[in-house]
Design a protein around this ligand. Structure first.
Ligand code: ADP
Ligand code: MG
Length: 498
């Protein structure tokens, strides 16, 4: 998917030398050279200690995740994990045929996609998509404004349908709507928004059916399309990945936020009363971002949480996902700058601005392998407005690494928790055979160190033998196609059972 193009930071576009031409830069700088080397070190050491994720801690997190899953399946509200029923009982078979659309409202981007499916033989015949960032003001506006934006994006995209796409006469364009916020599904094509997350605070949507909100916006525009499936992004990823690979059992999103879903046996869901599934299994959307047990948190995490629009909520998400890693690092650096003059006497106004340092900036800094960390210096200057010498930059990279390592390893522990729970319930369902965990999201896709830390933690926890059979795989474009496939599976006009 072309998210890479939109998100990968171009280190080359920074101008490392520009700073040195500013007359005031050098003299102001001298003090910091002496002070950083000595006094900041204890803070870094302390941070490393507070964020450490040794194996016993990871094991505890994995066990707690498995226990929370079980508690959430037992009774409604039984745990931090909502363990939401997706109403997706059958995964794509490959027989799906026709033209389908998908809409994806993430935390950062809004995507539209169409796909012409050609059944077992033709598979994905053609696909087109478009992506735009979600305007900041819509995150704090009204429900109508947000859904009007979605509907008009869809309308524009639908107008330019190429000739590779064909809609049978007498049918409507059907949509799989991926909505990456906690929703209590009431059927496969309706669901009530439980709460906004990832910094969104839109008025008038909580407690409403988000499909009805979209339908109303489409009506306001005179757009005649039909939402056939409301799909959580993790569920869409699982469906999309399963289309190509039968061994996919779990899907994880690591983007702006985070979530996980997996294939569960219906008889392992005590809270389920009147849900019949012909396949005997169903997909559970864990909403694991709300997990909170046994996490190694620091004052920086607690302060960030307290200042957030959802204090006390989504603690796992705030520790491991893309929206927050940059902000945690910013808070650490600000303290080091204030307490220990990490950046000499640089003005700290920009660095004091919440969320000014973003996770893609951390990622770009961690790719700098030069001796004097020129790129790190440029990013710090351009993004956070601070001067730095090489020893300060080295400390900055260490801070990034500490926070990213903790995030990646905890995400790995969460994955093992899910696998563990599945295996405990049905011996042999996970271990002893190939099992695929489908991954998607901008953080996982673009941050190599994060990916490495995640997979190292999984291997440490599972041991080499079991880990060999667990394939953690990036599912490119998974959730978009997945949502379209689920729209096909729930089409009003087609049936693909055979
Ligand atoms: P969403 O579906 O929530 O809009 P995406 O899956 O597109 O999110 O991921 C976007 C998020 O991924 C960004 O908010 C950012 O946190 C993270 N991200 C994007 N590019 C990078 C990068 N180069 N390095 C690290 N994280 C990145
Ligand atoms: Mg997404």
């Amino acid at each position: 998917m072309s998210v890479t193009a939109a998100t990968s930071p171009s280190v080359g576009s920074f101008h490392p030398c520009r700073r040195s031409t500013r007359p005031a830069a050098l003299p102001r700088f001298r003090i910091s050279v002496r002070s950083t080397a000595v006094s900041v070190t204890p803070l870094v050491t302390e941070l490393r200690k507070d964020c450490a994720t040794p194996l016993p801690l990871l094991r505890h997190v994995a066990d707690a995740m498995a226990a929370d899953m079980r508690a959430g399946l037992a009774v409604e509200g039984g745990s931090d994990l909502k363990m939401i029923l997706s109403y997706v009982d059958s995964l794509p078979t490959g027989n799906e045929k026709g033209l389908f659309y998908a809409l994806d409202l993430g935390g950062t981007n809004f995507r539209v996609l169409r796909v012409q499916l050609g059944g077992k033989e033709g598979r994905v015949i053609a696909t087109e998509f478009d992506q735009v960032p979600i305007p900041k003001d819509l995150m704090f506006g009204t429900s109508e404004e947000l859904f009007d934006f979605i509907a008009s994006g869809l309308a524009k995209f639908a107008q330019n349908e190429g000739n590779k796409f064909h809609l049978p006469t007498g049918t409507k364009r059907e949509i799989g709507f991926t909505f990456s916020f906690p929703v209590k599904q009431t059927s496969v094509d309706s669901g009530i928004l439980i709460k906004w997350t990832k910094g969104f605070s839109v008025s008038g949507t909580a407690g409403r059916d988000v499909v009805a909100c979209l339908n109303e916006a489409m009506e306001r525009l005179g757009l005649d399309m039909r939402v056939s499936a409301l799909v959580n992004d993790a569920v869409g990823t699982l469906a999309g990945a399963r289309y190509w690979d039968d061994d996919v059992m779990v899907a994880i999103i690591l983007g702006t936020g985070t979530n996980a879903c997996y294939v569960e046996r219906v008889d392992a869901i005590p809270k389920l009363q009147d849900h019949a599934s012909s396949s005997g299994s169903t997909i559970i959307n864990t909403e694991w971002g709300a997990f909170s047990k046994g996490l190694p948190l620091t004052e920086f995490d607690r302060d960030m949480d307290a200042a957030s629009i959802n204090p006390g909520e989504q603690i796992f998400e705030k520790t491991i996902s893309g929206m927050y890693l940059g902000e945690i690092v910013r808070r650490v650096l600000l303290k080091m700058a204030q307490a220990d003059e990490l950046f000499g006497d640089s003005i700290l106004e920009k660095l004091s601005t919440p969320f000014v340092l973003r996770t893609p900036d951390l990622c770009a800094m961690q790719q700098d392998t030069s001796d004097d960390l020129q790129d790190v210096g440029s990013i710090l200057y351009n993004v956070a407005g601070v001067e730095s010498n090489p020893s300060a930059r080295k400390i900055v990279v260490e801070v990034c690494d500490t926070i990213v390592k903790r995030g990646g390893r905890l995400a790995g522990a969460g994955i093992v928790g899910i696998l563990q729970k599945m295996e405990e319930d049905s011996k042999g369902v996970i271990f002893g055979k190939r099992t695929v965990v489908a991954m998607d999201g901008g953080l996982y896709e673009n941050y190599p160190q994060y990916r490495t830390y995640l997979s190292e933690a999984v291997t440490e926890l599972l041991g080499d033998d079991s880990a060999k059979n667990v394939v953690i795989e990036h599912s490119k474009d998974g959730s978009g196609i997945g949502a379209a496939l689920l729209a096909a599976a729930n089409s009003k006009y087609h049936s693909y059972d055979s």
